[in-house]
Design a binder for this molecule. Structure first.
Ligand SMILES: Nc1ncnc2c1ncn2[C@@H]1O[C@H](COP(=O)(O)OP(=O)(O)OP(=O)(O)O)[C@@H](O)[C@H]1O
Length: 237
């Protein structure tokens, strides 16, 4: 399989009705680790993830994967902030992406069952996904993305409004995925989570990449006043 990274972003801009929402962004991401995107509400975190994933129209610039766009697209997953579940059972939600990828039914079923165990929904295999709790839903969405073994997984606020236990379970799944080689690029508004998971940080402010650094360096000695204020919990606009 060809190399997916580096992912290179050059002068990329997202514009809506004449207003620049994001950019210009210049960024190079390498193939290891967990990249956490942080910044104030409305700063452009979701837009950046969508830009990298290739699901927003650019008004300028380009986003380039080492292996080319078509192959890169196939090797990525994306978990949205409020994932939509199929009106089917937990198991069917997990087998569906595998069937789309033409996996034989017995293997798809075995993998789906295995994932229900891993996410603590082993007893809920035949429950309708639409009646799951917020945390269960989020875990199912994560499993549905990971079940296809993506090389890169984008997640937009995977733990928004979840309690501590659900958050811990999701972080454990993410850490296991990262350990087994899945490249994770995610946003969070939770600085504790950012510190626990990040190996590198992108700090976004007013639609621009304000700071991009290794996690240790960023949390210990952020370079810009705004990043330091944000880490202090001050209001940064
Ligand atoms: N489709 C759209 N049309 C117009 N404006 C948009 C659109 N999508 C996003 N925006 C605006 O672009 C800016 C960036 O939004 P984005 O969702 O990327 O920010 P965010 O950092 O993820 O915010 P939050 O932390 O609140 O989720 C915001 O001002 C938002 O209102």
């Amino acid at each position: 399989m060809s190399e997916l990274f580096p992912l290179t972003v050059q002068g990329a801009k997202v514009q809506r009705r004449g207003k620049v929402l994001l950019g210009p962004v210049d960024l190079t991401l390498e193939g290891q680790g967990v990249t956490v995107v942080i910044g104030p509400n409305g700063a452009g975190k979701t837009s950046l993830l969508k830009m990298l994933h290739g699901i927003v129209r650019l008004s300028a610039g380009k986003v380039t994967w080492a292996c080319g766009q078509t192959e890169a697209q196939r090797r990525q997953g994306f978990v949205f902030q409020a994932p939509v579940m199929l009106r089917r059972t937990v198991l069917e939600n997990l087998t569906y992406p595998l069937q789309l990828a033409n996996m034989a039914k017995p293997e798809a079923m075995a993998r789906a069952k295995d994932w229900t165990q891993r996410i603590g929904l082993g007893d809920a295999q035949t429950r309708q996904a639409t009646v799951l709790s917020g945390g269960e839903r989020q875990k199912l969405a994560l499993a549905r993305a990971l079940i296809r073994d993506p090389d890169v997984l984008f997640l937009d606020e995977p733990c928004a409004s979840l309690d501590g236990r659900a958050m811990r379970e999701i972080e454990e799944i993410l850490q296991a995925a990262a350990k087994s080689g899945t490249r994770i690029i995610m946003s969070t508004h939770d600085m504790g989570q950012a510190r626990r998971l990040a190996t590198e940080v992108i700090f976004i402010l007013r639609g621009k990449v304000h700071e991009f650094a290794q996690a240790g360096a960023f949390f210990n000695s952020a370079q810009t006043v705004q990043a330091r204020e944000f880490l202090n919990g001050d209001i940064v606009e």
